[in-house]
Write a protein that binds this ligand. Sequence first.
Ligand SMILES: [Zn+2]
Length: 192
Amino acid sequence: MEQRGPAVPSTCIRVFEESGGVVLSSQNGASTGECAIEDPVTFQRLTMPDGSRIELDSAIAVRCSLALEVLAWVRDDLAALATRENARLAKLTGVGGYACRSRNRDTGAPISEHASGNALDVGGLLMQDGRTVAFAGQEPASRSMRDAVQKSACQRFATVLGPGADSSHKDHLHLDMRQRSRGFRICQWTVE
Ligand SMILES: [Zn+2]
C-alpha cells in the first residue's frame, strides 16, 4: 500500500512509548507474506519508571504486541527480581528478534514465530555491578535468579523453550506469543 506523508503511529506503539519503550523505527520492512511483521517496532532501550535504562545488547524488530509484553516482563518481573538479589538490571544479552526462517532453521519445518516478529530470543542478564546470569548456566550463585526468571517467563509468554527443550535451545531462551487453541502454553526449560 502506498504511504502518503509520515505514518501515524498505532495505538500500541503510542502505549509502548508512553510506557518507556524507546522506538528506533516503526516502519514496515520490505517483507511480505509469512515474513511480514504486523505493526512492527524496532527498539533497543527501555526506560524504567524511576528513569533508569535497561538495554538490549542489539536492537530487535518485533510486532508491537510482543514489544509491550517484553517491556512489561523487563519492568515488572526482571528488574524486580534483580532488586531482590541486591542488583540492578542493566542489560539483556544474546538478544534476537525478527528472522524470516522456518522453526529451528529446519528445511520443511513450519515457519518460525520469529518470521512474524512474534518471538524473542535471550541468553542472559547483565547487572550494573557486572554480575551476569546465563540462562543456560549452572552457576550456583545465580541459580535462584534462573528459577525466578523461569517462573516469570512461563507465566507471561505462550511459549518458553530453553535448555532441556531441544538441541536448538540449549544455550538460550526462546519466548513467543504463539496462539494455540484453548490457550495452550508450552513451558520447557530445565533450570540447572
Ligand atoms: Zn527463538
